[in-house]
Design a protein around this ligand. Sequence first.
Ligand SMILES: [Zn+2]
Length: 395
Amino acid sequence: MKEKTRKQKDFFRPLAFILNPLSLLLLLFFLHGAAADSGDGNGAVIRVAIARNTPRFTLKTSSRVYAIEVRTGQKYMLLERSSYEIKYISPSRLALAGATLESPVKLMPPDGGGKVNLNGRFYKGELFIKTAADEKLEVIEQLSVEDYLYGVLGVEMSPDWPLEALKAQAIASRTYALKNINPKKDYDLTDGAEMQVYNGASLVNSKIIKAVNSTRGSVLAYKGKLITAFFHACCGGHTASAGAAWSGDSIKPLAGIRDPFCSNSPHYRWNFYVAAGDLLAFIQKNGSTALKIKGARIHKKDRSGRTRAFRFATDAGSVTVAASALRRHFGASDIRSTFITRVARLRGGYEFKGKGWGHGVGMCQDGARQMALNGKNYKRILKHYYPGVTIDDVK
Ligand SMILES: [Zn+2]
């Protein structure tokens, strides 16, 4: 019986190489027909860049994974529970455990059910490793929008938040994702806070699955078109208009509203102290020749109360600088918003007092949480934060 089995295996070779992470070991190996199927009936597919701007990275496998050259179909097997170094070689080639592969390379668990661990996070979708501009690599995960949302909710909110708030977030995030689909680009979304945070298949619990599944296919539209459903941690009492935050027009759902629901949030008020020398370096970077700051005040606010510009009195005259530049310079975790209500001179520096956390456009997550705790359902939450929207079915 054994002899016969071996002969059968020989008949199917050569199909794959095994890549050993320590020394390059090439072995012929029998493969079962591995079906590459991302169409799991979950609707639209999205491409998320989960790594980019890196010339090398480490891939950790939890189960066996195939690395497949997309053009040639050549398969390599990566062993389970191993670390693989992946490096950029040339515009069309990359190195994987010392072997040279043609870009792009697709990673696929053999049974379709395994997860790939990349830099400490698990992914269930189809992963593609590609060479990119400037001698960098990018890794793009392709998965259904619904599966993607499982990996967004736990980090953009928290798995233990009220279900109605998670449902509101699922619809906002689904809308945001679909609005960003762009076949002309290498990928549709990144996985960081500049878009919406996505952590792969980690931090998923039954509540998150329920929030996504029970709102499946629901999106936010205005006058028949998907809106860019922005959201943020805490608005500080009034959401911002998209137009004021990023210039341009604001449609009604993104024009800003008064929000009474986030006043208990730990992010509702903040303050940040800047040493005089650091503030001077900031205004010098913005074109001032000053050597000393004599005073600072809020120069201009927008309709929501957010500061648009500061004016600094200096030994070289007065200087006006945008609040957005201040936030960029000192960082969004220190200058948490541009909703700055006061700047005061203190010993050796200046203190900025502000409200809320984030750009302030669209849904205020802490307010959504409070509305859900007050017994409001996801529709009420969404219609409060995006006035004028309709909640449509994408299908
Ligand atoms: Zn709020």
